[in-house]
Design a protein around this ligand. Structure first.
Ligand code: ADP
Ligand code: SF4
Length: 687
């Protein structure tokens, strides 16, 4: 199909100092949990973005010195010449597809703990380091500042040697030393690097000038700067010092990559912000500079992208998450098939890879992070290995992705769903407050399957063992999901909690089916991901008085891994939800819960008219068990194999269910992958 001419502007080349990007699609720096520890995996992932049409592909933050070591996290590393080779793998992979490679040079200062290097952290002034570490950063002397500028210069030269086209001076996210020098709250110096904004911006100015002197003849020098820290006058603001910094340095770099700070503010989930939410902060930047400007805001709509350029807000559409969910987003627009874009749902499961120090994963894109170790391509899959036919039972995220990917391979697939609607849990959960975008998990797959003549969908078709046997497919996949437990068993309780069998105990499944508990209600969060917080929000909106009780230190604590924890507590408290942390529920008496402090066991009661328990789930695997328990019936029906996938095997994230469906489809008729079904990057025994 031909490209829609409305989108032509997105494919114009743009000059950035001495280099030229082939289009306006710009993958901004983003973490990925692989970093210096997995250079081949990283290179393959970045190369995939270039293949998919991103005109610029950047690294994550790359530490430039052992004094800025953020172990145990896996970020990039360019401490000495020995690190050049690993990064060159990435620039090669990006250049192979005609894109530019950018590197974000990073020195944390007081926000690095230096666990591995055991160096003393340093910053503009004496200060504590991050993360409750029992350590402090020391104030830098002028000699330290000179040293740091030298390290930055050396890193820029090494970056050029590694093949990078764009070299960043990084002053964002409240994580980078030049940003810390700019901040009144961190910079208490009385010399020429402290005091007035001009003095606090001195270091940033020097770094831009010196990086240009070092590599500016062949590399573009970009600045990533957070114009607003979303903390009012204590930080940079778009109306105040953030704006003044841009005014002051407007023409100095070759490119401005602007956003808000800190990371949770920059990478807000769809639960808390809409596409383009940063425009109100960064909208002014392009008016103050002639240099190209990159902005972000979870853009997945080509119309919104065009509008950004036409209205003079940005020259480049910056993206981390949209490029993770769909590395081929630009190509799909270019080829006139924007409806094929796998839109980011804004859930931040991708961020959890960085936080758990494991390769990046994505709810929408099951191949993310698997490009090298499994050889998975987001758009290409090998053809079918046999003429076998497959019946997939259950059209939640696992079943839908399984049917889609099997269909793409060319198999004859039947997808049977008990309900009228497809999507399983995402269809139900997307009706909860703030989660509407999650429906995209279903929509992308529903649309793709709709185009396939070899995949047949049967709605309103609840399958029992007899129906499955009658169906006559050789391969049967059971993806029938899971249900929330009612008995309280979860992390805190290995056994059912007394009184949880009362009629006024509801589960999230009941709430999603439209039932509401009486007011006041206690919501018990022993699950710790998003569900209890979202349920509390829904009940509060229905006018019900809500207290959330949790053995953890807050509601939905796992969402620290998706950058949402603080925003969730804030939203619930503002809605008037009471949060009772560090307490388990030991019994429910119909009109009150008995609780105990998890540290001291001190008891206390909370009066309530109902209880919603959010603890753990049980697989809905009765069909699977019935089938595998009757091998004679399977044999008679010609069923070669029955496989349970997704929540039906073990309840987990939506990302895990999509991955399970995809994996089944990839591996059907494939070779035995052995004990470790992926390649590993082993440590080379040199040094
Ligand atoms: P997952 O996350 O593993 O994909 P979900 O719970 O989202 O699981 O989806 C499971 C789907 O399976 C739901 O849409 C449910 O209606 C469907 N389902 C459950 N049991 C049957 C059955 N016996 N026959 C057909 N569909 C079923
Ligand atoms: Fe988007 Fe979620 Fe994928 Fe991250 S994990 S890219 S937020 S869909």
């Amino acid at each position: 199909m031909a490209r829609d001419p409305r989108y032509d502007v997105l494919f114009e080349p743009v000059k950035i100092g001495p280099v030229t990007a082939r289009n306006r699609f710009y993958q901004v720096p983003h973490c990925n949990g692989m970093g210096h520890a997995m250079p081949r995996s990283l290179a393959a992932m970045r190369g995939m973005k270039a293949e998919g049409g991103w005109g610029v592909v950047c690294t994550e933050e790359v530490e430039i010195h052992a004094k800025s070591d953020i172990s145990p996290f896996h970020e990039g590393r360019l401490w000495d010449d020995g690190d050049i080779g690993g990064l060159a793998l990435m620039t090669d992979a990006v250049h192979k597809h005609g894109s530019l490679a950018g590197i974000e040079l990073q020195f944390h200062g007081p926000t690095s703990d230096n666990h591995y290097s055991r160096e003393v952290a340093m910053g503009p002034s004496h200060s504590v380091v991050s993360n409750y570490e029992p350590a402090q950063a020391r104030a830098m002397t002028k000699a330290d500042i000179r040293d740091y500028r030298g390290w930055h210069r050396k890193a820029a030269l090494r970056a050029r040697e590694a093949g990078f086209d764009i070299v960043y001076v990084y002053a964002g996210h409240d994580l980078a030393l030049p940003h810390h020098f700019l901040q009144k709250r961190r910079n208490h110096r009385t010399d020429e690097y402290g005091g007035s904004l001009e003095n606090r911006a001195r270091l940033l100015r020097e770094l831009i000038v010196e990086t240009k002197e070092a590599v500016g003849d062949t590399c573009a020098v970009a600045v990533r700067f957070a114009v607003d820290e979303m903390m009012g006058p204590d930080g940079m603001t778009a109306e105040g010092e953030g704006r003044e910094v841009i005014e002051m340095l407007a023409e100095l770099p070759d490119l401005w990559d602007v956003n808000v700070s800190d990371w949770p503010n920059d990478s807000q989930t769809s639960r808390f912000s809409e596409e383009g939410f940063q425009e109100r902060y960064i909208g002014f930047v392009k008016k103050l500079t002639t240099k190209p400007v990159v902005v972000v805001g979870r853009y997945t709509s080509p119309d919104a992208m065009v509008s950004l350029v036409k209205r003079g807000i940005a020259d480049f559409i910056g993206a981390a998450r949209p490029s993770i969910a769909d590395p081929f987003l630009p190509k799909k627009i270019e080829e006139g098939r924007p409806d094929d874009i796998r839109e980011c749902i804004g859930c931040n499961i991708c961020v959890s890879g960085d936080y758990t120090i494991t390769p990046i994963r994505c709810t929408q894109n099951p191949t993310m992070g698997e490009e090298w170790r499994k050889g998975w391509h987001p758009e290409i899959i090998t053809g079918k290995g046999s003429e076998t036919s497959v019946l997939v039972v259950g059209a939640g995220p696992a079943g839908l992705e399984c049917a889609r990917a099997l269909g793409q391979r060319g198999y004859r697939v039947s997808l049977a769903e008990a309900g009228e609607a497809l999507g399983g849990r995402v269809t139900l959960e997307s009706k909860l407050p703030g989660l509407a975008a999650w429906g995209r998990v279903r929509d992308y797959r529903d649309y793709q399957i709709g185009k396939m003549t070899n995949v047949e969908v049967f709605r309103a078709s609840r399958m029992g063992a007899a129906e499955v046997c009658e169906f006559g497919a050789a391969e049967v996949v059971i993806a029938t999901g899971a249900t929330w437990r009612r008995d309280g068993v979860g992390r805190q309780h290995p056994f059912p909690v007394p009184g949880f069998d009362r009629p006024n105990v509801l589960t999230p499944d009941d709430i999603m089916a439209g039932r509401l508990p009486p007011s006041p209600v206690v919501v018990y969060d022993d699950d710790h991901y998003y569900m209890a917080g979202v349920i509390a929000e829904k009940l509060r909106a229905a006018g019900i008085a809500v207290t959330v009780v949790t053995p953890a230190y807050g509601v939905s604590v796992w969402t620290t891994n998706t950058l949402e924890f603080k925003a969730i507590q804030g939203r619930l408290l503002k809605l008037g939800v009471e949060i009772v942390a560090h307490r388990e529920i030991t019994a429910f008496h119909g009109d009150r819960v008995e609780t105990a402090c998890v540290h001291s066991e001190r008891p206390s009661d909370i009066a309530c008219a109902g209880l919603v328990t959010v603890t753990s789930r049980l697989p809905e695997d009765s069909l699977y068990q019935a089938l595998v328990g009757d091998s004679a019936a399977l044999k008679a029906a010609g069923i070669a194999r029955v496989t349970a996938i997704g929540d039906c095997l073990a309840p987990g994230t939506i990302a895990a269910a999509v991955y399970a469906g995809h994996r089944y489809a990839r591996e059907l008729d494939g070779p035995d992958l052995g004990d470790v079904p992926f390649k590993r990057e082993r440590v080379a025994l040199t040094g």
